[in-house]
Design a protein around this ligand. Structure first.
Ligand SMILES: [Zn+2]
Length: 126
């Protein structure tokens, strides 16, 4: 019985949109979705992110490095929330499911995961 329910949860999870708080730290979001929309509108896959104070160094799969300030109103934050990008980076080879997941990620003002370090994946319901 327990097992059946877990299986059901898993199924629901894959199809369900994820919700994050709008004011969540951008590095936590990037760390979770592992995607980075560069200024030129290219969507990169994130290999690693190193946070030092207010700055984060993002390394993409195509070996580019971006130094980013953690600002909730930054261009990147806005782009991530609105899921804007022009073209997926061909060198990063982002799998389709990841881009789909990106497309189903929602940001809300008062609902969703705050992505604290120990917080589990969002389970919020409407
Ligand atoms: Zn790339």
């Amino acid at each position: 019985m327990q097992q059946a329910r877990e299986l059901e949860n898993k199924k629901n999870k894959s199809a369900k949109a994820r919700f994050y708080r709008k004011r969540v730290k951008i590095f936590n979001v990037i760390n979770k979705i592992k995607l980075w929309p560069s200024r030129s509108g290219r969507l990169h896959g994130v290999r690693s992110i190193e946070v030092v104070g207010e700055m984060g160094k993002i390394t993409t799969h195509c070996n580019k490095e971006f130094l980013v300030r953690d600002s909730r109103n930054s261009r990147a934050g806005r782009w991530l929330r609105n899921k804007w990008y022009f073209k997926a980076c061909p060198d990063c080879r982002i799998p389709d499911w990841k881009i789909e997941k990106y497309g189903s990620t929602r940001f809300r003002r008062h609902q969703g995961s705050l992505l604290m370090d120990s917080a589990p994946e969002s389970e919020e319901k409407d």
